[in-house]
Design a protein around this ligand. Structure first.
Ligand SMILES: [Zn+2]
Ligand SMILES: [Zn+2]
Length: 137
């Protein structure tokens, strides 16, 4: 199986995930992601098979009851948002050097500020859409 390798800016933390995880990028426009990262969060998803090296260099911040946000405490690179209940990792797309990425969805679109837009056409989900999907599955 092909493995995709990502790392933080200083290299103290490296993360490996199954290669197919890193191609599909989702954008989160919510207020918390924007405050955390300075802009919308561009993330790739990994549900299993994640391996992290340099874990002693990361800090976890519980941003809500159901999720934590993890970053390198040496260089500050945002590594991932982890949904605790399902152990789903939403990893920063930017830590993986992969040219085949494509934008596949945008969420919390009702929170997107007016000063930017992405040109790509993707499904545009509101918080309500996400909750309905979650409850339906
Ligand atoms: Zn670092
Ligand atoms: Zn968000």
């Amino acid at each position: 199986m092909k493995v995709a390798k990502g790392q933080c800016l200083c290299g103290a933390v490296t993360i490996e995930v199954p290669g197919e995880c890193v191609h599909d990028v989702s954008v989160c426009h919510c207020n918390m992601c924007r405050q955390w990262s300075g802009g919308p969060l561009l993330a790739v998803e990994c549900k299993q098979g994640l391996v992290m090296h340099g874990e002693e260099n990361v800090t976890h911040y519980c941003s809500s009851e159901w999720a934590e946000r993890t970053f390198c405490r040496v260089c500050g690179t945002h590594l991932y948002y982890l949904l605790l209940e399902t152990q789903t990792y939403e990893l920063s797309a930017g830590i993986f050097p992969d040219d085949r990425k494509r934008l596949v969805s945008q969420i919390y679109v009702e929170s997107k500020p007016g000063f930017y837009d992405f040109a790509q056409r993707t499904p545009m989900l509101t918080e309500q859409d996400i909750l309905e999907q979650f409850n339906g599955s």
